[in-house]
Design a protein around this ligand. Structure first.
Ligand SMILES: [Zn+2]
Length: 474
C-alpha cells in the first residue's frame, strides 16, 4: 500500500455543525435517509430503507450472539389485557398513564381493556407459569425483537424518545438466585460484545433504589454520553429475584418435589442504539457508521466515462469484495460528478470508499479512502482482502474518538465546546446525600458507576462511598 496526496472536497451538504448538536442531529437523520418523521401520528416515525437496514444489521448481530449463547427466540402478541397487568405491582397505577389502551373492539366496549405492550413481563410470565413445571425446564432463556409502545407526553425525538419503539428484550428464569446472578454476568459480557461492534463506550451504572425498575431487586443501566453533554441510557439489565414469580405464581418442582418460585432476569435494548451511533460517531460531514452494521461497507465510485474494459474492472472488484462477504455498492449514476458522490456517501457514513479511474485500471489497483481519515491509500488488486484490515482501522478510530468524548465528560472537561453535562463524585448509598448533590448541581443522580468506579469517602457525609454519576439524561 502506498499513501497518496491529501485532497479536500469543497462540497458540503450538512447545514449544521455538530457543535449545534440538536439541530445537527435532526438534520442528519432527515437527509441521510434513516427515518421520515412526517408520519402524521405524533412520536411515530417511518423506518426508511437505509435506517431499517442499519437497525436490521444491528438486530442480526445481536440475534446471532443470543442464538450462540443458547437463548430461544419467541414472538409474543402485542396486546396485554388489563387483568394480566394488574398481577404486577402497585406501580401499574403510575404506569397506566404511559400506556396506549385499547378500550373498544369495533363499536363495543371491551370488558377487559387491552394495552399495547410497553415491555413484556406481564405478557410472558403468565405463560412461564404454564411452561415451567420442574427443574428440568430450567433455565428458561428467551428473547424477542419487537415494537413496543409508550404514550410519551414529553418532547419526542427520533430514536431517542418515540411512541413506537424498536425493542430487544431477553427474559430468563432460573432455579436459584445464584444462577440468575450468573445470567446477569452473561448479559454484561454480551453487552460488551455488542458495544465493541458498535464502537460505543458506556458506563455501567447501578441505579439507586428509588430509580430501579419497579419489581427489580436491582437494575444496572448502560449509560453513554452524547455530544450534547447529556447521558443516554442505551441498555438495561434487571435482577428480579423471585419478585415477579411470586406475583405470577411461576414455580418449579425441585428434585425432592417441593415447589419453589423461579428467579428471573431481563435485558432490554432499543433503537436508542441507533441514536448513540448517529450522535456519538457522526461529524460535521454527517454519519459515520460502524463497519459491523453499516448497510453499505464499501462504496465504489467510478471516476471516468464508461468503457467496456473499465466496467469489467469495476465488476471484478465488486465481485471479489462480495465473495469476501462485504456489503458493497457501485454508484454508477451518470447524473452526478464523482465529487458530489463522495460527499453524499460521506454524509451517509459509509466507512470505506473505493475510487476506480483510468489510472487504477492501468496499474491494477484501487484507491481507498477511510471515512475517519484524510488521505488516500492505493491497494493492489491482489490485496483486496486488505479491505478487512482497513475497516478494522475505521472501527479503532471510532472507538478511540468515542472513548475520548466519554473520558472528557468523566474528567469534567468541556464537550463540543460546551460545559460537560455530567458530574462524577464519591457518594455513599444514602438518598439524602444524593438529593443534596442533585439540587446543588441541578442534575439527576443516575447511580454508582461499576466500571469506572473509585472508592473513597462520601463527599457529602464522609461515610464510605464510591463514584456516582450525576447527569442530565435524555
Ligand atoms: Zn453520604
Amino acid at each position: 500500500m502506498e499513501e497518496l496526496n491529501n485532497e479536500e472536497f469543497i462540497y458540503t451538504t450538512m447545514e449544521h455543525k455538530k457543535m449545534d448538536f440538536s439541530e445537527w442531529y435532526n438534520e442528519i437523520i432527515d437527509i441521510s435517509g434513516l427515518t421520515d418523521k412526517r408520519y402524521p401520528v405524533k412520536g411515530m416515525n417511518v423506518w426508511m430503507p437505509y435506517g431499517f437496514s442499519l437497525m436490521k444489521n444491528t438486530d442480526d448481530m445481536i440475534r446471532e450472539k443470543f442464538y450462540g449463547d443458547d437463548y430461544e427466540e419467541v414472538m409474543f402478541p402485542s396486546l396485554i389485557s388489563r387483568s394480566m397487568f394488574e398481577v404486577e405491582f402497585e406501580h401499574i397505577k403510575g404506569f397506566e398513564k404511559e400506556l396506549f389502551w385499547i378500550t373498544k373492539g369495533g363499536r363495543e366496549s371491551l370488558e377487559d381493556d387491552l394495552a399495547m405492550r410497553p415491555t413484556s413481563e406481564s405478557a410472558m410470565y403468565p405463560m412461564f407459569k404454564l411452561w415451567i413445571r420442574d427443574h428440568g425446564d430450567l433455565p428458561k432463556r428467551i428473547f424477542q425483537i419487537v415494537q413496543v409502545y409508550r404514550y410519551e407526553t414529553k418532547h419526542t425525538r427520533p430514536f431517542i424518545r418515540s411512541r413506537d419503539i424498536h425493542f430487544i428484550e431477553c427474559h430468563t428464569a432460573h432455579e436459584t438466585y445464584e444462577d440468575a446472578e450468573m445470567q446477569m454476568n452473561l448479559y454484561r459480557r454480551e453487552w460488551n460484545f455488542f458495544t465493541e461492534n458498535l464502537c460505543l463506550p458506556y458506563m455501567e451504572v447501578k441505579r439507586p433504589e428509588w430509580d430501579k425498575f419497579p419489581g427489580a431487586v436491582y437494575t444496572i443501566a448502560f449509560d453513554t454520553l452524547m455530544p450534547s453533554g447529556r447521558t443516554l441510557q442505551i441498555g438495561t439489565i434487571h435482577e428480579y429475584g423471585n419478585n415477579f414469580s411470586k406475583n405470577y405464581d411461576v414455580k418449579y418442582a425441585k428434585e425432592n418435589g417441593e415447589g419453589e418460585f423461579v428467579n428471573q432476569t431481563t435485558f432490554g435494548m432499543s433503537e436508542r442504539l441507533i441514536a448513540a451511533i448517529v450522535g456519538i460517531h457522526g461529524d460535521d460531514k454527517g454519519l459515520i457508521l460502524p463497519p459491523a452494521v453499516a448497510p453499505i461497507q464499501v462504496i465504489i465510485v467510478p471516476i471516468t466515462s464508461a468503457e467496456e474494459i473499465f466496467d469489467e474492472y469495476i465488476e471484478r472488484v465488486k465481485t471479489q469484495l462480495i465473495k469476501m462477504n462485504f456489503r458493497v455498492r457501485v454508484d454508477d449514476n451518470d447524473n452526478y460528478t464523482p465529487g458530489y458522490k463522495f460527499n453524499q456517501w460521506e454524509m451517509k457514513g459509509v466507512p470505506l470508499r473505493i475510487e476506480i479511474g483510468q489510472r487504477e485500471v492501468e496499474s491494477n489497483t484501487v484507491t481507498v479512502s477511510l471515512r475517519t481519515r484524510k488521505g488516500r491509500i492505493k491497494v493492489s488488486m491482489d490485496s483486496l482482502s486488505d479491505v478487512d484490515k482497513l475497516l478494522r482501522e475505521v472501527e479503532d478510530d471510532l472507538r478511540n474518538n468515542a472513548r475520548d468524548l466519554l473520558m472528557a465528560g468523566i474528567e469534567g472537561k468541556p464537550i463540543s465546546g460546551q460545559e460537560s453535562g455530567i458530574k462524577i463524585m464519591i457518594l455513599c448509598e444514602s438518598e439524602e446525600c444524593a438529593r443534596k448533590v442533585e439540587s446543588s448541581v441541578e442534575m439527576d443522580m443516575m447511580g454508582h458507576i461499576l466500571n469506572y468506579g473509585k472508592e473513597g469517602k462520601c463527599e457529602v457525609c464522609g461515610k464510605n462511598g464510591q463514584s456516582a454519576l450525576f447527569s442530565k439524561p435524555y
